[in-house]
Design a protein around this ligand. Structure first.
Ligand code: NAD
Length: 503
């Protein structure tokens, strides 16, 4: 690859990362560091602080102090808004740098960094959305139940307390505000643990938050490794709630680890999302092929929780679909993520690269057919973690190719004959995060949407929005984040009963 990522790190002024605890930047107590290696070239970009148990303990105790003893949870709405709202303009003002840092974190091609849902503008809009709730978080007043009791009941929403926010690596500009926004809006204090593979963007966002006048301890950031900093956070008795986005395996572990102190838990986990394509009108088949290829082969190359990796296509539109898919696969361009013409990202690390390669090899070995793509990446890409787009057909039922989340540029295409069969295939999964549906028939759109076991269904397209809920059923998660759902997840309802006869 002609361009080195180091030039971009120098251009962006990237420095070794530190921890942000109790309103101060500092080094981890044991002085350990983690190398941030870029997935496109495997060059070491910089190092980040590798927090361990004692550092996490300092961060949680700081958040506890800010919550239990500080003014933060009790601020009046106007004051909280006044303190937080400058962040929205700060993010907008630094949008281009933040977007480039995200590319330096995870290899997202710059051209895709501008697509709305992973952009710095989206990040600002998510903060804007949550800060808008601050003076609208209300409780309820219940009608008095019976004349045999003088009790009047009402309820309040109060902050859940100290939150541990744990992020994956694939969209720091989306996932950081999805944890920090509702936490700060509701009066919680939060300790954020970014992924060890994507800390640069979050450290810069933390610098922006450090420019606000927040009390120390309201936001703390501990970078480091999941099994160390992450584990210390999710087992810490001072944490009231864990908001986790990541893999199913770690999500299940977090539920177990939090059981002893009955932590509140929100889990945004993985998926194996189906896309059902009804060729009602010819344009729809092309649109479906473009959208599905866009999710699985472009941008993050299928390393997206909601990517529609099982294309379930009506047999009458099957050949047409494959033809359009072929054109999309042929147009994929791998390479320097800072080149505007690059369409697709490498796998985030060597472990993920090997995992995806294994799926492809085993899939082919088990009798599935590679219809499009596959093969070795171009020799000039050898230094990075690249995988060619791969489309499988004739996949045996129960194959890992249709069962497991691969998190790479691998798509299976499955034909169907009628609507019931399509829904049955789509629902044959332990996951239930998102689903796609392509149809021009409005009645079918409603019918099939209701029949699909998924947290979100996109009809003829899909994207995240700051004001709508997202989350999964079955193994894809617990709870919903986004919009008012996050306000509910970051608050507890307190009920008050007043004896109106007492004077
Ligand atoms: P991951 O589960 O490996 O890591 C996620 C985070 O958990 C990281 O910060 C990691 O350091 C931390 N972690 C690891 N071990 C831990 C432990 N023992 N205790 C506490 N924290 C620990 O996931 P990833 O590879 O970063 O991200 C990919 C996964 O995330 C995929 O499964 C993807 O589908 C999912 N994801 C889901 C959503 C969603 O909204 N549903 C969004 C993005 C990604």
């Amino acid at each position: 690859m002609a361009t080195s990522m180091l030039e971009h790190a120098a251009r962006l002024g990237v420095r070794p990362g530190r921890l942000y605890i109790d309103g101060e930047w500092g080094e981890p107590l044991a002085g350990k560091r983690w190398a941030h290696v870029h997935p496109a070239t495997n060059e070491e970009i910089t190092t980040i602080a590798r927090a361990e148990q004692e550092d996490v303990d300092r961060a949680v105790r700081s958040a506890r102090r800010a919550f239990d003893e500080g003014p933060w949870p009790h601020l009046k709405a106007r004051e909280r808004k006044r303190l937080l709202q400058p962040l929205i303009d700060l993010v907008y003002a630094n949008a281009s740098e933040l977007s480039d840092l995200q590319t330096l974190d995870n290899g997202l091609p710059v051209a895709f960094g501008r697509s709305y849902r992973v952009s710095a503008e989206f990040c600002a809009d998510v903060f804007d959305h949550y800060f808008g709730w601050i003076d609208k978080i209300t409780g309820e007043v219940y009608p008095q139940f019976s004349e045999m009791t003088p009790l009047q009941y009402l309820s309040f929403r109060e902050p859940v307390g100290v939150v541990a926010g744990i992020n994956p690596w694939n969209a720091p500009l989306l996932q950081f505000p999805e944890k920090v926004g509702p936490a700060l809006a509701t009066g919680c204090c939060i300790v954020i643990k970014p992924s060890e593979y994507a800390s640069l963007t979050i450290l810069r966002l933390t610098e922006l938050i450090a420019e606000l006048d927040l009390p120390p301890g309201v936001l703390n950031v501990v970078t480091g490794v999941g099994s160390e900093a992450g584990e210390a956070l999710v087992t810490h008795p001072g944490v009231d709630k864990v908001s986790f986005t990541g893999s199913v395996a770690i999500g299940k572990h977090i539920v177990e680890a939090g059981a002893a102190t009955l932590k509140r838990v929100t889990l945004e986990l993985g998926g194996k999302s189906p896309a059902i394509v009804f060729p009602d009108i010819p344009e729809l088949v092309e649109r479906a092929a473009a959208t599905i290829a866009g999710q699985v082969f472009y941008g993050l190359s299928g390393q997206v929780c909601s990517a529609q990796t099982r294309a379930i296509v009506h047999e009458s539109g099957y050949d047409d679909f494959v033809q359009h898919l072929e054109a999309r696969v042929a147009a994929v361009r791998q390479g320097d993520p800072f080149d505007e013409k690059t369409t697709s990202a490498p796998m985030i690390n060597k472990t993920q690269l090997t995992k995806v390669q294994d799926f492809i090899e085993r899939g082919a070995g088990d009798g599935a057919t590679i219809l499009l793509g596959g093969g070795e990446p171009a020799p000039e890409l050898a230094a990075g973690n690249w995988v060619n787009p791969t489309v499988f057909v004739d996949v045996p039922a129960g194959s890992p190719l249709v069962r497991d989340e691969i998190f790479g540029p691998v798509l299976t295409v499955i034909p169907f004959r009628n609507e019931d069969e399509a829904v049955r295939i789509a629902n044959q999964s332990d996951y239930g995060l998102a689903a796609g549906l392509y149809t021009a028939d409005i009645a079918r759109a409603h019918r099939v949407t209701r029949a699909l076991r998924a947290g979100a269904v996109g009809v003829n397209g899909y994207s995240f929005m700051p004001n709508s809920p997202f989350g999964g059923v079955k193994s894809s998660g617990l709870g919903r984040e986004g919009g008012w759902s996050s306000i509910e997840e970051f608050t507890e309802v307190k009920t008050m009963a007043v004896d109106l006869s007492a004077g």
